[in-house]
Design a protein around this ligand. Structure first.
Ligand code: SOE
Length: 391
């Protein structure tokens, strides 16, 4: 079986998620399209790099990503750094002939996202695969929703309502990690989590054409976290910790018009106590409706207009062996998959694309388009009027 030597850049929370995905992929998907080999892990913090080498089973570690990109033995680069480093690493890796999977949002600046999409296009002509890690569209229940839509089972889409609600930064003592700094993250909630629901909305209902939005920053300053891994609010810093201004959004809400004529709304916040990874999608068509909530990710709610009046209503389909990637996960619907299996599905899609020589659906071009939607959302909040997404 073909082997793929992996170089991981960034060994924090998402680095762990990529490793879990690669490790479990061949255990679930067999025969695997190729076998990942954990070659080199890079983190700018030497202790984190050393620990990741031991913990994740990499052969080597380093603190300079050039050591991965310039290593002829490396086939694949997984980019899990803060957003402002994505472009430099991804473009260098693509130019060096490596396949690349890059965390979302694709970049911290629109011009970087554009450069990445262009570099990915050039690399694609040489058979190099690139992918943006928008994993939630790969939840089997979301793919099932897409199947219902494509088959016409719910008719023409009228409206899609999406939310992504979390609470990990609702506490003012949650540290100011890089996710709250514009020069590193590019945006706050908008790039971090709204981008995921923009991806799902466009996957299901086509390209967004126009938006009108509001953006809020509720917590204007936070205690500063020095270096290390982003702990996503699990550690609070005391009242006497030095504080710094937050220059990104906590929350955004907007109305959308799709090119298809469908309309909808998207709301996202990291300040919703009681909500954790609450991604909801509710879609109404002329022939029926679909509803999904990531906190119950093994379920899709469907309602068909054609059902008799006395029994029409939402029913729940539990995803399992009959659905997308069901053959690779567990035998009984209700045994359920979680985030770990989802990351394995994502790595399967990535490695399969490499093995079979095509570009995955969450291409850098898709990542760049999501950035253009985010740009329109930010501009609309500023200008207080509808803004078109640039083509
Ligand atoms: C934090 O909001 C975060 O880790 C995001 O960065 C991820 O993209 C999301 O999947 C879970 O929450």
């Amino acid at each position: 079986m073909k082997k793929l030597n992996i170089g991981l850049v960034g060994a924090g929370f998402m680095g762990k998620a990529h490793v879990v995905g690669y490790s479990n992929m061949p255990k679930l998907f067999w025969p695997a399209p190729a076998m990942p080999v954990f070659k080199t892990v890079c983190d700018i913090v030497p202790e984190i790099a050393e620990e990741a080498k031991e913990r994740f089973g990499f052969e080597r570690c380093c603190t300079d990503w050039h050591d991965i990109v310039n290593d002829p033995e490396i086939d694949v680069v997984s980019i899990c750094t803060p957003n402002n480093a994505h472009a430099e690493v991804a473009i260098a890796a693509l130019e060096a002939g490596k396949h690349v999977i890059c965390e979302k949002p694709i970049a911290s600046k629109l011009e970087d996202a554009k450069a990445m999409a262009e570099a990915a296009k050039v690399a694609a002509d040489k058979g190099i695969v690139s992918m943006n890690a928008y994993q939630y569209r790969r939840v089997p229940a979301i793919d099932l929703a897409k199947k219902f839509i494509d088959e016409g089972s719910i008719g023409k889409i009228l409206n899609i309502r999406c939310t992504y609600l979390q609470s990990w930064s609702a506490d003012p003592d949650s540290p100011l990690s890089w996710r709250f700094q514009k020069d590193i993250a590019g945006a706050g909630t908008l790039g971090d989590i709204t981008s995921h629901v923009i991806d799902i909305a466009q996957y299901l209902a086509g390209d967004i054409d126009e938006v009108v939005s509001m953006m809020q920053t509720y917590i204007k300053e936070r205690p500063v976290q020095e270096g290390g891994v982003d702990l996503l609010g699990t550690v609070k810093l005391g009242a006497d910790a030095p504080r710094q201004e937050v220059d990104v959004d906590d929350e955004n809400s907007f109305l959308v018009k799709f090119k298809s004529g469908a309309v909808g709304s998207i709301e996202a916040t990291r300040n919703a106590w009681g909500r954790n990874n609450f991604i909801t999608i509710e879609l109404h068509g002329t022939e029926g409706s679909l509803a999904f909530n990531y906190e119950r990710l093994n379920e899709l709610q469907v309602c068909f207009a054609k059902d008799p009046d006395d029994r029409r209503g939402f029913k729940t389909i539990y995803t399992g062996p009959a659905h997308f990637h069901g053959e690779a996960t567990w035998n009984i619907p209700g045994m359920n998959i979680g985030y770990g299996e989802l990351k394995a599905i994502e790595m399967y899609e990535f490695v399969k694309a490499i093995a079979e020589g095509y570009q995955p659906s969450t291409s850098f071009e898709v990542g760049y388009r999501i950035e253009r939607v985010c740009e329109a959302v930010a501009e609309s909040a500023e200008n207080k009027k509808w803004e078109k997404v640039r083509d």
